[in-house]
Design a protein around this ligand. Structure first.
Ligand code: GLA
Length: 406
């Protein structure tokens, strides 16, 4: 479904060694192939789950807000199977990293910085209720660029939850997979994230964004524009973000302080209620973003439903202004991409905004299909003239969520 304009993580297409991504081979096939090579047997199960782009609804999922993400084609895959050596080995093919534990995997985080990747897996195994005392091998392969704000971690976690459930013949569903992934992030990785990334990775529907009500986790599919009409272009700032670095937790803490003062969720708060003098100026500004962002999501859903892409573009630009000025999670590189996109409004670009947690990562541009190449070129040129390097970009379409691969 993806139409790469440029791959974000360039690899030699002719190579097939570990750590490279042979052209045209899916993450699932790479995971299965590397599993066979490493462990000398077929995996018991292979599952894959997608990355995501959030169309709008940023920094509202952890205050019971409304978000509008869609699953994208780059996927992470997990191959899983029993081990025969009384040890459990995890291999991350793209990171050229591996770790072996004696016996079944532990139920506590691995403190070693070199095994950071393993905590995503340990956390899911723990949240899923363990492995029934079995030792196992896990091979991870992913096409989702790390640090580009496209939820590579959530995809790995959701894929593992699905592979594990299939292997151990346990019932599961998208909400359970998302919850397990979130527990892994909170308790093993140290990222106090919301539920959006994992839930869309588990529940994505081809051709649709999904309006997620983060209060009751109700999912409402909303059709994306037809591909003949408009495309979503992702431009990666090249600035790697890491949500465990502190800025994310700081924003979340602001929202929680306001909620404590108001004795209720920001989802129910009005702008007037923020006049409470116990709320600091900074927290008030951030909470203003949250309240207005929830309204923008509903407006965006209405614009998609009526096919008003020009209005949708305006809403995206408004959302970016708010993240930049009120919530303060944008960076100059993302602003440069979005400002250039805004200047191209008469030339086929409907609108743009940063997507994801911020402090780096990617911007999304909603572009008339006929104008994708020219918009991309102008944005790349402007970025290159400012920062001395060309950003990578790709168009993405809404895809299916997690699946067991045959
Ligand atoms: C990250 C988090 C999500 C969400 C976004 C901001 O992607 O993982 O839960 O909070 O940031 O909208």
């Amino acid at each position: 479904m993806i139409k790469p304009i440029k791959t974000i993580q360039p690899n030699d297409p002719n190579e097939s060694n570990e750590g490279t991504k042979p052209k045209g081979i899916s993450a699932a096939d790479r995971a299965a192939r590397a599993f066979r090579k490493r462990f000398g047997m077929e995996p018991a199960q292979v599952a894959s789950a997608p990355g995501r782009v959030n169309l709008i609804g940023e920094h509202v999922d952890y205050t019971e807000g409304i978000v509008l993400p869609f699953a994208i084609d780059p996927r992470a895959a997990i191959a899983i199977g029993p081990s025969t050596d009384h040890q459990s080995t995890f291999v991350a093919e793209d990171l050229a990293a591996s770790v072996t534990y004696p016996g079944p995997p532990s139920v506590v985080p691995d403190p070693s910085p070199a095994h950071r990747f393993a905590n995503h897996l340990l956390g899911v195994l723990h949240a899923a209720g363990g492995t029934d005392g079995r030792t196992l091998n896990i091979l991870v392969a992913s096409d989702i660029p790390i640090g580009a704000g496209l939820s590579s971690s959530a995809a790995v976690e959701v894929a593992l939850g699905a592979a594990l459930a299939a292997w151990l013949d346990r019932p599961t569903n998208p909400h359970a997979l998302a919850r397990q992934a979130q527990i892994a992030e909170h308790d093993f990785v140290g990222t106090p994230c919301g539920i959006m990334d994992m839930l869309i990775s588990a529940a994505g529907i081809a051709g649709h964004a999904i309006r997620i009500d983060c209060r009751d986790l109700q999912l409402t599919p909303v059709a994306m524009p037809r591909p003949e009409e408009a495309e979503v272009l992702i431009v990666d700032s090249g600035v790697t973000h890491r949500l465990s670095d502190g800025g994310y937790a700081d924003r979340r803490a602001s929202c929680e302080r306001v909620q404590t003062i108001l004795a209720g969720s920001l989802r129910d708060a009005s702008l007037e209620s923020l006049c409470d003098s116990r709320i600091s100026d900074r927290d008030r500004t951030r909470a203003t973003h949250v309240i207005e962002e929830n309204a923008r999501v509903n407006a965006a859903v209405a614009a998609l439903e009526t096919g008003d892409l020009s209005l949708l573009g305006e809403i995206l630009l408004d959302g970016h202004r708010s993240l930049r000025q009120l919530f303060e999670v944008s960076i100059p590189e993302l602003d440069c991409i979005v400002d250039t996109a805004a200047e191209l409004r008469g030339d086929g670009c409907f609108g743009a905004r940063m997507t994801g947690g911020g402090f780096g990562g990617s911007a999304l541009l909603l572009v008339a299909t006929t104008a994708v190449e020219s918009v991309r070129k102008t944005v790349e040129q402007r970025f290159a003239s400012t920062y001395g390097r060309t950003p990578t970009s790709m168009t993405v379409r809404a895809c299916q969520g997690v699946r067991i691969e045959s």
